[in-house]
Design a protein around this ligand. Structure first.
Ligand code: CAA
Length: 304
């Protein structure tokens, strides 16, 4: 169970006060949620105003849920919501002390973002990426400040999961590491430091398990229901691996497996062909209404 979220004393925040978050999907909105509750001013940026409006709705609903469960007070929620501003223009990040990039798990998309982002930032602003698998050193080299660039990897759902991975690139300096670690602690997260290796720690272990569950389905060893029930009741996982795959997003699962497969050059990381097919079909899990389950009704229904 997550510890109650409380507003932090501003003195604990080093010199980070304003945080930009790029990408208003499930990770970006979750990061904006916990960062605003921790007392930071947030600029949430996306290319789509529609996506930003949806993200604000999601954050409001998730904070309402926390109020209902007495994790935060209604005043904390209201104050946090007023600290979040949205925009589609990087010029609003001119005063940001730290920008956390949480766009799609696609290296070209991230490169393009950093290219446009860097000239819009103060020279001393830090950049963190929420990439779940891509080399921090390689991403850092596409910016004008590799020493002020770091990996800060949150878990989904961000308001609930206690962990954040911190990953230094080869050039990341100690001030950047310390500042970003303080931000993670202020957000009530427990940091774990990972070396800059493909998929870091959590996904290096978790995603091959998810991929293996998809192979188990592909080879007809069990149905969706049998596989998920087995891992929930037989290994006490909070969700079965196929439900988890849908929750993470099948496109993200595939992207991570490809990074492991290519980065470690080992066939044991080969993405399951069924995962590839689902992504090709646009069946990306919960976010598209269909993956290993169909989410269009009241309850998820297994599709195989
Ligand atoms: N925001 C705020 N609170 C939320 C929330 C959200 N988005 N989603 C759930 N919650 C809260 C609920 O309010 C509830 O709080 P209480 O304990 O106070 O009642 C609690 O979380 C549990 O929620 P539910 O009762 O609705 O549902 P549940 O018991 O089935 O739990 C779950 C939901 C927390 C998601 C749980 O199923 C779980 O832990 N699943 C595994 C998640 C996981 O493995 N995440 C890591 C994915 S990998 C990753 O993120 C890395 C990557 O790069 C791919």
């Amino acid at each position: 169970m997550n510890a109650p979220v409380t507003i932090k004393d501003e003195t604990a925040m080093v010199d980070i006060r304003e945080i930009g978050v790029i990408g208003a999907g499930q990770m970006g909105s979750g990061i904006a949620h916990v960062a605003s509750l921790a007392g930071y001013s947030i600029k949430l940026i996306d290319i789509s105003q529609d996506q930003l409006d949806k993200a604000i709705g999601t954050i409001q609903r998730n904070m309402d849920r926390q109020v209902k469960r007495e994790k935060i007070s209604a005043d904390d929620r209201d104050a946090a919501m007023t600290r979040i501003e949205t925009g589609i223009d990087y010029s609003s990040l001119k005063d940001a002390d730290l920008v956390i990039e949480a766009a799609t798990e696609n290296e070209n998309v991230k490169r393009q973002i950093f290219e446009t982002l860097c000239p819009a930032l103060r020279a001393d602003a830090l950049i963190a990426t929420n990439t779940s698998s891509i080399s921090i050193t390689r991403l850092a080299s596409t910016t004008d400040r590799p020493h002020k660039f770091i990996g800060l990897h949150f878990m989904n759902p961000v308001p609930v999961m206690e962990l954040v991975e911190i990953i230094r690139g080869i050039a990341t300096d100690v001030q950047t590491f310390d500042a970003v670690k303080s931000v993670a602690l202020a957000m009530d997260k427990t940091p774990a430091v990972s070396e800059d290796c493909p998929a870091f720690i959590v996904n290096r272990i978790l995603l091959p398990m998810v991929n293996e569950a998809i192979y188990t389905l592909y080879e007809g060893v069990g149905s969706v229901e049998a596989i998920d029930t087995s891992m929930k009741l037989g290994a006490h996982h909070p969700m079965g691996p196929l439900a988890l795959a849908d929750f993470i997003g099948l496109d993200t699962c595939l992207a991570i497996m490809q990074v492991l497969y290519e980065g470690l050059a080992d066939t044991k990381y080969r993405p399951c062909p069924l995962l590839v097919k689902y992504v090709e079909a646009g069946w990306l899990g919960r976010k598209t209404g269909r993956g290993f389950y169909d989410y269009t009704g009241d309850e998820p229904v297994p599709t195989r």
